[in-house]
Write a protein that binds this ligand. Structure first.
Ligand code: MUC
Ligand code: MG
Length: 349
């Protein structure tokens, strides 16, 4: 997967496991994304082993507020904290015999899926979209943009609209690749392509340029990596630099994602469940959260990046059917790690 801020070739993730006194194990994954959050695989392991584990071992599964007060003494490290949080929720669900989706909100048990298309030639991106629609029934696509000249990406989006027809939902994500003026020009050139959203086309740190851009667009502007915490969301939205949100459980866990979601409800913002190029375990976490709440099910969730991986760790692989991914029935997240595969892929033992 290639995009304006980086590329991902391997799933060098961290599997986080929380063991309870009763012998139950909660699980979650942390995906290192140095170009977005500054984390690395070894850094995630180190911060959990040396700082977070000593702070949380001994707490009850219901003391999440206390746990976060301790985790937040350390700045940064969002995916390490999020994986710990989600593993605790998984362990809680297994303990009380309820799914995480029921514990979080119980709104539904599935989400429509949006598929992310990384940088390539227009014909290759169209081929992928057609294959994904034929094989999995997916009809919503997020197109990575942010290349120079902007015509590279404009041509792709136009080719997708022409090949896929008027009924597919298309939106674009620039991962901060363009300037404000490049973004405005590209969006003008795509104004006849019926885009649903534009995401992080330029950096939020271009403060005036970003407000200028967002103020002139006729589609909601999604803040992703620029607004990950309630305070960042408040700053970006009240400052006029965004008017929709990407929520990623990979970086805010279930506890922090719920805070951001409730803030979005209060502010009246549309939200999209985003993907941090997650494996199957991360995708299970995203759908468990997204299906649990009404607002997150209003848009298709980005749940299909795991399709790019040649193998994964779950005993029962995920399956997207009819354009939807279902929550796994069963307590907690409802999934188990295949210990044989874990032995094969782990790099620390
Ligand atoms: C996205 O929505 O931006 C790519 C980089 C990253 O941090 O997340 C992905 C997808
Ligand atoms: Mg994004």
């Amino acid at each position: 997967m290639k995009f304006a801020s980086g590329e991902v070739h391997h799933a060098e993730h961290v599997l986080v496991r929380v063991r309870t006194d009763d012998g139950l194990v909660g699980i979650a994954e942390a995906p290192p994304r140095p170009f977005t959050y500054g984390e690395t695989q070894r850094g995630i392991v180190a911060v959990i082993e040396t700082i977070f584990a000593p702070q949380v071992v001994g707490l009850s599964l219901t003391e999440r507020e206390r746990m976060w007060a301790r985790l937040d003494r350390t700045v940064g490290n969002p995916t390490a904290k999020a994986a710990l949080d989600m593993a605790v929720w998984d362990a809680l669900g297994r303990t009380v015999g309820l799914s995480v989706t029921e514990l979080l909100g119980g709104y539904g048990n599935r989400m429509r899926v949006s598929h992310m298309l990384g940088f390539d030639q227009p014909s290759a991106m169209v081929d992928e979209a057609q294959r994904v629609r034929a094989q999995h029934g997916i009809t919503t696509f997020k197109v990575k943009v942010g290349r120079r000249p902007v015509s590279l990406d404009v041509d792709v989006v136009r080719a997708l609209r022409e090949a896929m027809g008027p009924d597919v939902v298309l939106y674009v994500d620039g991962n901060r690749g363009w300037s404000a003026s490049e973004s405005a020009r590209a969006m003008r050139q795509m104004s006849d392509l019926d885009l649903a959203f534009a995401e992080e086309l330029n950096p939020a740190d271009d403060v005036v340029g970003r407000r200028w851009l967002v103020g002139q667009l006729d589609v909601p502007f999604i803040a992703d990596e620029s607004a990950t915490t309630p305070a960042e969301v408040t700053r970006e939205v009240l400052g006029g630099s965004a008017n929709a949100l990407s929520i990623k459980t990979a970086r805010t866990g279930f506890t922090g994602s719920q805070r951001v979601l409730h803030l979005a409800e209060g502010l009246g913002l549309e939200v999209v469940m985003g993907n941090q190029i997650d494996g199957q375990l991360g995708s299970v976490c995203t759908v468990a959260f997204g299906a649990a709440h009404r607002r997150t099910t209003m848009q298709a969730g980005e749940l299909s990046n795991f399709l790019d991986l040649s193998d994964d760790l779950l005993t029962e692989p995920l399956c997207i059917v009819g354009g939807e991914l279902a929550v796994r029935p069963g307590a907690g997240l409802g999934v188990e790690i295949d210990e044989e595969k874990l032995r094969r892929y782990r790099v620390d033992a």
